[in-house]
Ligand binder design. Structure first.
Ligand SMILES: [Zn+2]
Length: 244
């Protein structure tokens, strides 16, 4: 019997895990640890009894790496730091490292704000294949080279995460870089301010689209001719870039 009562934030987190079957028995979960949101997720996932859990950090920013190191140490989680330097690299390295750890799930700390920005961003870039891979448990083709990614935090706004985290864990002050994604985030926040509930509606809207998206998803996967990693192309982006 536990004496601690779960807050509504915690209840919602564990309800999400159950509803979308994000974590199942015998899962070994690797957490992509970077800022406050992923640290909060790690804090919550640690409460699942008997589950094996690791953390990976991509060493892109000294401050972030130091913060992640402290968090992993504080929570007593095995922590691996790997090199990487771009968004494409990040996904590739996270998947590869998680697979090498024989993980069954890769948990990323995307918030509702991140997810809404990803929805709009994929539209702005006309990137339908990226759009297909959103949601709490993106359906990718079952493939032994892909570790399924889960996003248990997308039903919480950044504000909600901060409010919860500030009483529990050290916070990381994020430096907002100028980017297409940040511009979109700002725009969505502006709309949210005048029309509260916008972000939540966007997430719900995507959720309703999911069954239709899945039925149309690409069923075939290739392996990169050079490195053997899974890709939708003949030669993956990483090999293409490193060649130049
Ligand atoms: Zn390759």
């Amino acid at each position: 019997m536990t004496s601690s009562k779960k807050s509504s934030f915690e209840k919602k987190f564990f309800k999400t895990i159950g509803k979308y079957k994000l974590i199942e028995k015998n899962d070994k979960v690797v957490v992509a640890l970077s800022g406050t949101s992923s640290a909060t997720m790690l804090f919550l996932l640690k409460q699942i009894k008997g589950m094996e859990i690791f953390a990976i950090t991509i060493d892109e920013e000294k401050k972030k790496t130091r913060y992640s190191k402290n968090i992993a140490k504080k929570f007593g989680v095995n922590h691996i730091i790997v090199k990487g330097n771009s968004e494409i690299h990040r996904r590739y390295i996270l998947n590869k490292t998680a697979r090498e750890l024989v993980a069954t799930k890769l948990a990323v700390g995307h918030s509702m704000d991140d997810e809404c920005a990803s929805i709009i961003l994929s539209m702005c870039r006309g990137d339908f294949s990226r759009f297909q891979r959103l949601g709490p448990n993106p359906i990718i083709i079952k493939n032994k080279k892909f570790v399924p990614r889960i996003k248990p935090m997308i039903f919480f706004s950044e504000k909600e995460i901060l409010n919860y985290a500030k009483k529990k864990i050290p916070l990381f002050k994020e430096k907002k870089a100028k980017s297409h994604r940040e511009d979109i985030k700002k725009m969505i926040n502006k709309i949210e301010k005048f029309h509260p509930g916008t972000k939540n509606s966007m997430i719900k809207f995507y959720e309703r689209l999911m069954p239709m998206i899945i039925s149309k998803a690409i069923k075939k996967i290739n392996y990169c001719e050079r490195c053997g990693e899974p890709t939708s192309r003949a030669i993956c982006r990483i090999c293409e870039i490193s060649q130049n």
